[in-house]
Design a binder for this molecule. Structure first.
Ligand code: AMP
Ligand code: MG
Length: 408
């Protein structure tokens, strides 16, 4: 409290404002199925087959016609049906067919009786239970009808989709090319890992976080390194990124004090909005257009950079990449300790969610300062505290968002 928060932009407005301007910018290409892992489908996939493609047995047992069954009277086994080797012989009345899981059921089969419900005496099979019509038969098309949409355009292919597509005989798929994202960090104090630090220097950590999140999203990253707070070098980096990438993401240099300087440069090169978001951490944020590329300017503070990427940039990049995006689940949990909070901003505190004796419990990772990186690495969820909420007492219910795709 103690400062005016009325001029801050709500997260949802910022997100909506961005998404309205963005559209998919990635062409499609045809790839062999195994090479398409991690890519985004450019078109709906309609099933070229019915799945299963023929009526087949769900059990090891016997295929029967109900009209042949009289209580207590055995049937004679006429032959056997295996997966891949259908039964092709005659099927006289008073007979049954031994059948294995996945084998096509012979024409005329009313039910499959599982082996455990029968008694065999040579080829004389006694049925201990009267079968229901259709039992243990997987019907043609019962999983997927021929022509049905199995995966919509925008689906990112994970290991879960690969066997599904293979089961349909899909050999190649139309997918979007990856989004190309240039990144750099700004700041005279930043040094790359692997070099010594002079007094006043710190290691550039944001670039490693942003790169990792881009890799998780399947983007191609053009890493332009660290650019000092120098107008000529910054200008050259902005121009190169704009020429070579679809998107530029920078961290640092958008907070009060530095913003004027970056702002002047960006005003000259493109149309960029400098926003003060009503979220914590992560207040300063810049978004807009360079001549060719979209621009996202994240705050320099490491936790703010990660959180604004996760909450704001991720959905925007998904849209540019043609990918359907769903926000992670939000759950309710009881906080086991008090949480510091001032009204005015939507807080994404870092928490540790666990299963307590009476349901979900959450506790804080400690200092929520946006420069304290360990608060993020020890957490497994956000504790999302509503904008107008104040201090939270132990025992109150709060909203939690378990870390999803990018932060796991
Ligand atoms: P800025 O937004 O440039 O004013 O930076 C805010 C704070 O974040 C300062 O303490 C910076 O030193 C720090 N910071 C900026 N960029 C990075 C980075 N790439 N890695 C680690 N810390 C950074
Ligand atoms: Mg800086």
């Amino acid at each position: 409290m103690g400062f005016d928060t009325s001029g801050l932009l709500p997260l949802s407005d910022a997100l909506q404002g961005m998404l309205e301007q963005l559209a998919c910018c990635c062409d499609s290409e045809q790839l062999p199925l195994p090479d398409a892992l991690g890519r985004v489908l450019a078109c709906d996939i309609a099933s070229p087959l019915a799945v299963p493609p023929f009526d087949n047995s769900a059990m090891d047992g016997y295929a029967v016609r109900l009209s042949d069954l009289t209580a207590g009277t055995p049937l004679i086994m006429a032959g056997k049906a295996f997966a891949g080797q259908p039964y092709q012989g005659e099927w006289p009345t008073g007979h049954c067919v031994r059948i294995m899981t996945g084998a096509p059921v012979p024409a005329g089969t009313d039910a499959v009786v599982m082996q455990e419900e029968t008694q065999a005496d040579g080829d004389r099979i006694t049925f201990l239970v009267q079968p229901e019509p259709g039992q243990n038969i997987r019907r043609t098309g019962s999983d997927i009808g021929k022509g049905a949409c199995v995966l919509p355009a925008g689906t990112r292919l994970t290991p879960r989709e690969m066997p599904l597509l293979a089961s349909l005989g899909v050999a190649t798929v139309a997918v979007r090319r990856p989004l190309k994202v240039a990144i750099f960090s700004t700041g005279d104090e930043l040094k790359p890992v692997g070099t010594p630090l002079a007094h006043g220097d710190i290691y550039d950590s944001n670039r490693y976080g942003v790169r990792a999140m881009l890799a998780r999203m399947g983007c191609n990253c053009l890493d332009l390194g660290i650019i000092p707070d120098d107008p000529a070098q910054l200008r050259a980096a902005f121009i190169r990124a704009d020429e070579e990438a679809d998107v530029l993401i920078t961290t640092g240099g958008v907070s009060v004090g530095e913003a004027d300087f970056t702002k002047q440069l960006l005003d000259e090169l493109g149309e960029i909005g400098f926003w003060k978001l009503a979220i914590k951490p992560g207040k300063p944020f810049a978004f807009g257009r360079l001549p060719r590329a979209w621009f996202f300017g994240l705050p320099g503070n490491p936790v703010s950079a990660m959180v604004t990427f996760d909450q704001l940039v991720q959905p925007a990049l998904a849209k540019l990449a043609g990918q359907r995006f769903e926000r992670p689940l939000q759950l309710q949990a009881v906080t086991t300790e008090p949480l510091k909070k001032s009204p005015g901003r939507l807080d994404f505190q870092r928490g540790i969610l666990s299963q307590g004796p009476n349901g979900l419990e959450v506790r804080s990772t400690g200092s929520q300062d946006s420069a304290v990186f360990s608060s993020l690495s020890r957490a497994n969820c956000y504790i999302v505290l509503e904008r107008e909420r104040g201090r939270v007492a132990a025992g109150e219910t709060v909203t939690v968002e378990p870390f999803g795709g990018l932060l796991l």
